[in-house]
Design a protein around this ligand. Sequence first.
Ligand SMILES: [Zn+2]
Length: 226
Amino acid sequence: MVGYLFSFMKYSGNTVVISCPYCEQPAHYSGIASSNSFGGKAWTDGYCFYPMSNNCSSYTRCFACKDVYGIRDAKRIGMMSITDFVDDSLDIPNEIWSKSKPIAEPSDEDMYNSLNKGLLNNEKEARIIAWWKSNDKFRFTSDSSNIDELLNEEERIQNMNILMNLLTKDNSYQSLMYAEILRQRSNFETSLSILNDISPTSDSEKIVKKMLIDLCASKKALLTQI
Ligand SMILES: [Zn+2]
């Protein structure tokens, strides 16, 4: 399995209540106490899915104001411990808990909207997640009836173009992403020249580099599972 990856939220076994930084609407998430990478799947864009883990991104969409914020950056209002059997609303005022709803994973469109408003401070990370979410339409489905339309969505292309400018060229992991974006845009020649200059820093990067070279040589642009 290829561990060519980025960080996901690592949840504890507790329920944590946070507030939206824009409108203060409370929201909560409950974690799994343990997880592992057994049965993981990886794709050419660097995204990995682990069935035994929490695969949420580190972002959520506020269900009140609809904007996206980073869960790590949100103010914590309180926490319920799974080891507390006496009062499971400890530390969280009832008037806040009664308004709280579970966090919601943002869509690619939600990410674009908040990025366009300049709300997300870690723009590179947010644009990578938006790109992954736009790739999800080809990742988990075999329905290819409107694939050309989805591949060429204006906001998806705009996000990929901006992301290419944000990726660090002397970082092998980010250079692989850069080459993958070019490949997904059917720019096979440029992607190949970038790939040939990448020095992988791990065995998994070596596998990804070879796979991307083979896909470019075959002029295949679609997202591919590794
Ligand atoms: Zn809000």
